[in-house]
Design a protein around this ligand. Sequence first.
Ligand SMILES: CC(C)(COP(=O)(O)OP(=O)(O)OC[C@H]1O[C@@H](n2cnc3c(N)ncnc32)[C@H](O)[C@@H]1OP(=O)(O)O)[C@@H](O)C(=O)NCCC(=O)NCCS
Length: 198
Amino acid sequence: MNFMYEVGELKLTPMNQNVYRMRSKISEKEHESNPHRYEKWMLDQDVTEHNSHGLFKKSKQEIESWLDECENSKSSIHFAIYKSDEWIGMVSLQKIDYINSSAEIAIYIGEKKYWGRGYAKVAVKTAVKHAVLKLCLRRVWSGTAETNIGMQKVFDSLKFKHEGTFKHAMYLDGLFVDVYAYGYVHSFLNSVWLSDES
Ligand SMILES: CC(C)(COP(=O)(O)OP(=O)(O)OC[C@H]1O[C@@H](n2cnc3c(N)ncnc32)[C@H](O)[C@@H]1OP(=O)(O)O)[C@@H](O)C(=O)NCCC(=O)NCCS
């Protein structure tokens, strides 16, 4: 049994083996030999345009060990994002560090037809709320390519700060691009944006 967040049109629930196996089948119309949904996103050259996935095919063992991590790890939590009953993406808190009270956040809206509808903002905010209000973490951080304008807008709108720049740190499509470090440091004296009204 899993807990679930219902926010607007979206539902977020922690990923586990059952969720993956039940929900990863692509639509009937698509060809039998297509990979499962998560693998499909990781290989899609549009979805991976601004990040470092999509370079190698994921092996069965890699998928299995990722699923084991989803099931058992206390240092990461991967939320499956649903619109109605369709699994459309993932938002993850990873590298959870209980000593330094921090975690890295990663987001994938893998089904491209849902881009630009505000879903990443909702999903990232929900995951940050989980980090702060449930796991007692203070800092949530991430890095994104200078070319990833959508991701920068998501972070800017959710009060993440652009904390610094790693110069020429990512090789994307023939160019070395900068990576922007983003961080949100929570102050319990200033929790307003976590409320549903903000
Ligand atoms: C980046 C990503 C998460 C954005 O998701 P999304 O659901 O489309 O984002 P939202 O709809 O919440 O958009 C937030 C803002 O960014 C804008 N935006 C989204 N994609 C954009 C793009 N490609 N170019 C310019 N602006 C974009 C939206 O218009 C919105 O702007 P607003 O605040 O002015 O209204 C999504 O495109 C994605 O999953 N990409 C592939 C994986 C990825 O790159 N993940 C991040 C790795 S660091």
